[in-house]
Design a protein around this ligand. Structure first.
Ligand SMILES: [Zn+2]
Length: 422
């Protein structure tokens, strides 16, 4: 298959005109720049084509809370009660239906890979389904039916809080112990568009001994964990263990290049150093962090310390990777009183390559050898119609929305064409 991109972003400060991509076996085989006219046999991608966008932190079912959970007063903890109510009501069929809407919306937003942080494992009483992986398989199948890649971050969840028993709704999240969690996860299969990764829900839900066990078992697989999303999580952790969540995870041997800390909003200077020197990923979820009144994390300091950043839409209050990307910069402006903290090209990299790395996929984009996962943003919409070509990477980050995405290609095949899901 040959794709002709009217314009393409190859990672720099500018976009290239007329880029011809030859795709073989789902990967970019060759690339030619400056091709003014599309050859007759090529598929036209009018607009500016960028590597596929990665959504590195998703709880697919939480999209159903949209509008329900936003209008009320409260905190993260009152939101969690509403989320638990929803979680209690789901079975594999309703989970599938919810996930289908979520992943379809993602595909139309230009998202080509999702990291599903999955802890809804068992039935409402907490018993295993006949297939203990019925829920996980449902979510993988739905992502693949829609046509996007998925890393199922199968999540170990054992306690209701530090030293607390599981509440009735939390029982369906737990396998009882880390060994039984691993035995279940080992039965999951990967596929051309599916990888199996791992997660420690948080230091609230997994004790240090079990975290160590999970980190060892995970080995080279992606390992994610919610880290310091809320001040109360830090306070409980320090009170119980005399250490912060990042310190507990470091002592458990979890922190390395295959680890991604989700949120890292309320991290200490020492935590920033630990996460940086071990080369961890950090998944920022700014639209959810806003929605839940979590706070604004120190993205610049985390990046400077040596972490690689990626983005997630988490609770899916909205699904818009451009909004997540600009929020990293704009939210930090509000906190610091400074502008230009993150370069636009860096923000685009966090929204694309950063997520692929965090989710255990090879690089995707427009270079030869890469997975041919692409998103094309139309320039005929009201927001970008007058954007100057040599300022396009910045215009995409600061003005584009998910609604401007026209075409999406995964593994060399159209998933969205002219705005419609194939
Ligand atoms: Zn989350």
């Amino acid at each position: 298959v040959i794709y002709w991109c009217e314009l393409a972003w190859l990672g720099g400060e500018r976009v290239e005109d007329g880029v011809l991509l030859e795709v073989e076996g789902g990967r970019v085989a060759s690339l030619e720049l400056g091709v003014a006219e599309p050859p007759p046999e090529s598929q036209r991608l009018d607009g500016v084509t960028i590597p596929g966008l990665a959504n590195a932190h998703s709880h697919a079912f939480q999209r159903a809370l949209r509008g329900r959970a936003q209008a009320e007063r409260g905190s993260f903890w009152s939101w969690r009660e509403q989320m638990y109510e929803l979680a209690a009501s789901l079975d594999p069929d309703s989970y599938r239906t919810l996930a289908r809407s979520t992943f379809a919306e993602m595909a139309r937003a230009g998202i080509t890979v999702v990291g599903e942080f999955h802890y809804l494992h068992h039935d409402r009483e907490g018993n295993r389904y006949e297939d203990p992986n019925a829920m996980g398989r449902a979510v993988i199948e739905v992502a693949n039916e829609v046509g996007i890649r998925i890393t199922l971050l199968d999540t170990c969840y054992l306690h209701g809080g530090i030293g607390e028993v599981l509440s009735p709704v939390q029982r369906r999240f737990s396998d009882g112990d880390a060994e039984r969690w691993a035995e279940r996860v080992a039965a999951l299969d990967e596929g051309p568009l599916a990888r199996i990764g791992t997660a420690i829900h948080s230091v609230r839900a997994v004790d240090p001994e079990s975290a160590k066990w999970v980190a060892e078992w995970a080995g080279e697989r992606p390992l994610h964990a919610h880290v310091s999303e809320q001040p109360a999580e830090n306070e409980d952790c320090v009170a119980a263990y005399g250490r912060t969540p990042a310190e507990v995870l470091a002592d458990a041997g979890a922190l390395d290049r295959s680890f991604t800390a989700v949120h890292a909003t309320h991290v200490t200077d020492r935590d920033v150093g630990l996460l940086g020197t071990t080369g961890c990923g950090i998944c920022l979820c700014p639209t959810t962090e806003r929605d839940l009144a979590d706070g604004v994390g120190p993205a610049r300091r985390l990046h400077d310390a040596g972490t690689s950043l990626c983005l997630g839409s988490d609770s899916h209050a909205i699904i818009d990777p451009f909004e997540e990307a600009r929020a990293v910069e704009l939210d930090e402006r509000l906190v610091t009183g400074e502008r230009g903290i993150h370069a636009p090209a860096d923000l685009l990299r966090h929204a694309t390559a950063g997520g692929y790395e965090s989710l255990g996929w090879e690089p995707a984009g427009l270079e030869p050898g890469m997975l041919a996962d692409l998103a094309t943003v139309g320039l005929d919409g009201v927001r970008l119609a007058d954007a100057e070509r040599d300022k396009l990477p910045a215009a995409l980050v600061f003005a584009a929305t998910a609604a401007d995405v026209r075409h999406v290609v995964v593994g060399g095949e159209f998933v969205v064409r002219d705005g419609d899901l194939i």
